[in-house]
Design a protein around this ligand. Sequence first.
Ligand SMILES: *Cc1c(COP(=O)(O)O)cnc(C)c1O
Length: 216
Amino acid sequence: MAIRRNLTAALAEADEADKADAIEIVAVSKKHIAATIEKALAAGHRVFGENRVQEALGKWPDLRARYPGVVLHLIGPLQSNKASDAVAFFDVIETIDRPKIAKAIAAEIARQGRRPRLLVQVNTGEETQKAGVSPADADAFIRACKDDHGLVIEGVMCIPPAEEPPAPHFALLKKIADRNNLQTISMGMSHDYEIAAQLGATHVRVGSGVFGPRPV
Ligand SMILES: *Cc1c(COP(=O)(O)O)cnc(C)c1O
C-alpha cells in the first residue's frame, strides 16, 4: 500500500540524513478524508498534523476513538477565538506566535487543566503574509511566554519562503532553538525534509510525501 510505503521510506530517509537522533514524522493529513488517514493509522503511524482546528474537530474524534495513541499537532495559524478548541483537542500546538495567542492559550490551559506541548512559530523569511514571530523578536517572545504567561515552550517551528533555498532558514531556526535551550525543532516538508533532518530537525512535517497530492 502506497501510504505505508511512503511512511517507511520517509522515516528511512530522515534517519539516514541524521543518524544521531530518531526523527519524528508528522504526517500532515489536512484536506484528506478520514478513510485516507485511516490507511496511515492502520500502518501503525500515530503522529499527525492538521492546519485547521475546525477541520480537525470534524475528522479526528472518531479516528482517535478507534486508534489509541494518536498525537495530533496543530501546524496552522491560530486565532484566539479557537484557543479553547486547540487546547482541548491538540497534543502539540506548533504555532504560538504573538502575545495575544500566548495569553489565550495560557488562560485555556489554566481553565481546562490540559497541557498541550507548545512550540513558537518563527517567520524566518520575515514574510508579511506568513504567521510567526520575526527572528529578531524570537528570544524575547519565548522568554515572555514563560515569564508573562507561565507557558512551557518546548521548541520552535518554521515554514521557509517557498521560493528560497530552505537551508539558511533551517540553520537559523536551529540557532534560535539552541540559544534558547529548546529541544524540539519542527522544520522540513515533503520537498525538503532531508535537508531539515541534516540541519537538526526533530520533527519533519510531511503531507504529500505520505498521502500523495491533496484533494482540491
Ligand atoms: C501543508 C503543510 C505541510 C505539508 O506540506 P507537504 O508539502 O504536503 O509536505 C507542512 N507544514 C505546514 C505548516 C503545512 O501547512
